[in-house]
Design a binder for this molecule. Structure first.
Ligand SMILES: [Zn+2]
Ligand SMILES: [Zn+2]
Ligand SMILES: [Zn+2]
Ligand SMILES: [Zn+2]
Length: 353
C-alpha cells in the first residue's frame, strides 16, 4: 500500500507564529537573526564561509548541497543544525526567503522525519520532496509576511508587501495574489488570530501613518488636520518620506525622559528642577511668532496657560495636529524650526556626498 503524503499547512503556519512569539517579534521586516538565535543547536552560515573553510569554490558548495540557494544541514551525531545560504545571490529579498524556508525545514523537523542530513531533491521521492518543500514555503510566507496581518493592512500592490516585509518582488507578487484570492473567495479569518495580536501596535501605526508634502515628514496620528512638524494641512494617508526631524524622547505621560536642555535625568515634575524648562509637549494655542510679540520680557508659564486645545503632543511635534497651534517645545526652542533643520541636513548631505 502506498502512503499518500499531504502538506500540513496548518502546522507550518502554527510553527511560524510560534517562532515569532518566542522571539518577541512584533513588526516588519522580520529580523531573521533574532529568530535563529533562539536555538542553541542552530547556526547560520554563508556559502562563501563554507567555501573558504573547505577550500572550495561557491559552485562546488552548490553542487555539494544540491542547491543554488541554500540548505538545512543536520549533523545527527551531536544534534546540530546549520542553515547554509548562498550569499552571492544578489537579491537580499530572495536570500531572506531562502533562510526563512530553510528555517521552516528546521522547525518542522524535516531532516529528522526523512532521516536525511541534507534535505535535497534527489535524496527523496518526488512526492515526498514536494510535500516538504510546500510546507517550508508556507512556513516562510507566514513568517515573513503573515497572511492575516497583511489582510488587516490591505496592501494595494505587491510593492507595498516587498517594501514592508523586505521580500523579493517575485515573492511579494505571489503573496499578493494569494491574498487577493483569499479575499475573493471570502475566506474568513478571526480578528483574534494570534499573529494579529502580536502585530497589533504595528498595524495601528501603519493604518494611521500620514505624510506631509510640505516638509516631507511621515507621522502617526488618528485623523490629523495639521502636520505636527510644519503646521501645514497638505497631508495624505500613507508613508513615503525618509526625512526625520529631531525628536525628544517622551515618557507615557508625555513628559521628556530627561531634560532636553540641561540633560538632567531626574524628572520630578512638569518643570526641570535644574534649568526650569517645561517638560511636557502640548498645544499652546499660539501662532508662530505670537508669544514673542506678546511676552517679550516675561516667560509664559505653560502649566497655567489654557489657550491651547489641550492636546498632548508627540516628541517631534512643533505643531498641534488638531488645531495647528505651536507646541510648547517649539515655543521654548527645544525643537528647531523644520525649515532650518531641513536646510542644515541638506547642507550636511552636500558636504558628505
Ligand atoms: Zn527546501
Ligand atoms: Zn509638514
Ligand atoms: Zn533642565
Ligand atoms: Zn491644539
Amino acid at each position: 500500500m502506498k502512503t499518500i503524503f499531504k502538506p500540513d499547512y496548518d502546522k507550518a503556519e502554527r510553527k511560524a507564529y510560534y517562532l515569532l512569539q518566542l522571539a518577541g517579534v512584533k513588526k516588519f521586516p522580520i529580523k531573521l537573526n533574532k529568530l535563529i538565535r533562539q536555538f542553541s543547536n542552530l547556526k547560520l552560515r554563508k556559502y562563501t564561509w563554507f567555501a573558504k573553510k573547505w577550500s572550495m569554490s561557491v559552485e562546488e558548495v552548490c553542487n555539494l548541497t544540491k542547491s543554488n540557494e541554500g540548505c538545512c544541514w543536520y549533523i545527527k551525531d551531536n544534534d546540530q543544525y546549520m542553515i547554509l545560504y548562498n550569499d552571492t545571490v544578489d537579491n537580499p529579498g530572495r536570500i531572506r526567503w531562502t533562510i526563512a524556508h530553510e528555517l521552516g525545514h528546521y522547525m518542522l523537523k524535516h531532516n529528522e522525519i526523512t532521516n536525511r542530513s541534507i534535505f535535497a531533491r534527489n535524496s527523496l521521492t518526488e512526492d515526498e520532496y514536494e510535500v516538504f518543500e510546500k510546507e517550508a514555503n508556507c512556513f516562510a510566507r507566514n513568517l515573513l509576511a503573515p497572511n492575516v496581518v497583511l489582510r488587516e493592512l490591505k496592501p494595494d500592490s505587491p510593492h507595498f508587501i516587498s517594501d514592508m516585509c523586505n521580500v523579493s518582488y517575485e515573492a511579494s507578487t505571489h503573496i499578493y495574489n494569494f491574498l487577493i484570492e483569499g479575499v475573493r473567495r471570502g475566506i474568513f479569518y478571526s480578528k483574534n488570530h494570534p499573529s494579529i495580536k502580536l502585530f497589533k501596535d504595528y498595524i495601528w501605526k501603519k493604518r494611521h501613518s500620514h505624510m506631509c508634502s510640505n516638509c516631507n515628514s511621515t507621522f502617526v496620528k488618528e485623523n490629523p488636520t495639521y502636520c505636527p512638524i510644519c503646521g501645514n494641512n497638505s497631508i495624505t494617508k500613507g508613508e513615503g518620506f525618509e526625512m526625520l526631524y529631531s525628536e525628544i524622547e517622551l515618557l507615557e505621560s508625555h513628559q521628556a525622559k530627561k531634560c532636553p536642555r540641561c540633560t538632567n535625568e531626574l524628572i520630578l515634575g512638569s518643570y526641570c528642577h535644574v534649568c526650569g524648562i517645561y517638560l511636557i509637549n502640548k498645544c499652546t494655542g499660539y501662532e508662530p511668532g505670537e508669544t514673542e510679540y506678546n511676552y517679550n520680557s516675561s516667560r509664559v508659564y505653560w502649566h497655567s496657560n489654557d489657550k491651547g486645545c489641550g492636546e498632548l503632543l508627540e516628541g517631534d511635534a512643533r505643531f498641534c495636529p488638531k488645531c495647528g497651534s505651536t507646541s510648547t517645545f517649539y515655543e521654548d526652542e527645544i525643537l528647531k524650526d523644520w525649515e532650518e533643520e531641513k536646510k542644515e541636513k541638506e547642507e550636511l548631505d552636500k558636504l558628505l556626498s
